[in-house]
Write a protein that binds this ligand. Structure first.
Ligand code: SF4
Ligand code: SF4
Length: 241
């Protein structure tokens, strides 16, 4: 399995949100009007015009406050469930060279509930006016021109990394071994299934409910989802052999 991948080292993320802003800048996406929800996280969620959001969780552990940050985005799944669920030919593309999963204008013809419900990480969002569905496209225009994705280029701490998949997997394993000396529960999150490989120093649920792939029964659209999951399971098991 080749192509490209991200390695996101959450032990190094400071929630500066540089990646979130640079995504908007490169994509020329507008700011959103937001309200203070009592959290450092802003805006509160992904949207059609916010393809990357730095999630923020606060926990009290043995009387001490701990912060957990996670820059959330499409994981560019190796076998993308959203693409498998597509009902419109040419709507969702998989770039064979980079591995990027790319949505086109034809997503406006998709059943949004099916596409969003298929995603284990609850990523796709829909423009309420045009009905087009959107998400991160790996900055595939930059990557095919030999540049880094905008978020990686911007990250000042080394949390965001990008390159050939084999190199990123090796970097992730090396960093995991290092981090485990201080954080024994550290782990890589779904590394075989995705091209955005997170290193979490604690239980992934401490960062966000969708850092780990969500079980089908907890996803957003239960009824249609059940049908979809039945369709997808045999495909997944066959392709992972
Ligand atoms: S994370 Fe979700 S939107 Fe992204 S490729 Fe995977 S299934 Fe599709
Ligand atoms: S730019 Fe880097 S350090 Fe800043 S929020 Fe994004 S991943 Fe974290």
């Amino acid at each position: 399995m080749n192509g490209k991948s991200f390695f996101v080292d959450l032990s190094r993320c400071t929630a500066c949100r540089g990646c979130q802003v640079s995504c908007k800048q490169w994509k020329k996406l507008p700011a959103e009007k937001t309200v203070n929800t009592g959290s450092h996280q802003n805006p509160a969620d992904l949207s059609f015009v916010t393809l990357k959001v730095v999630r923020f969780q606060e926990r009290v552990d043995k009387g001490k406050v701990r912060w957990f940050f996670m820059p959330d985005q499409c994981r560019h799944c190796v076998e993308a469930p959203c693409k498998m669920a597509s009902g419109v030919e040419g709507s969702i593309l998989h770039d064979e060279k980079t591995g990027a999963v790319v949505y086109t204008d034809l997503t406006a013809q998709e059943d949004f509930e099916i596409i969003r419900g298929a995603c284990p990480y609850d990523i796709p969002r829909q423009d309420p006016v045009t009905k087009r569905i959107s998400k991160c496209d790996m900055c595939n225009d930059r990557v095919t021109a030999g540049m880094l994705p905008a978020c990686v280029k911007t990250c000042p701490t080394g949390a965001m990394n990008f390159g050939d998949r084999d190199a990123m997997l090796a970097m992730a394993q090396n960093r995991l071994a290092e981090v485990k000396k201080k954080w024994p529960k550290a782990q890589l999150v779904n590394p075989d299934d995705v091209r955005v490989i997170f290193l979490a120093v604690e239980d992934p649920a401490f960062y966000a409910k969708n850092l780990l792939a969500q079980a089908p029964e907890t996803r957003r659209f239960a009824s249609r989802r059940d049908l979809l999951v039945q369709l997808l399971r045999p495909v997944k098991s066959m392709t992972s052999v």
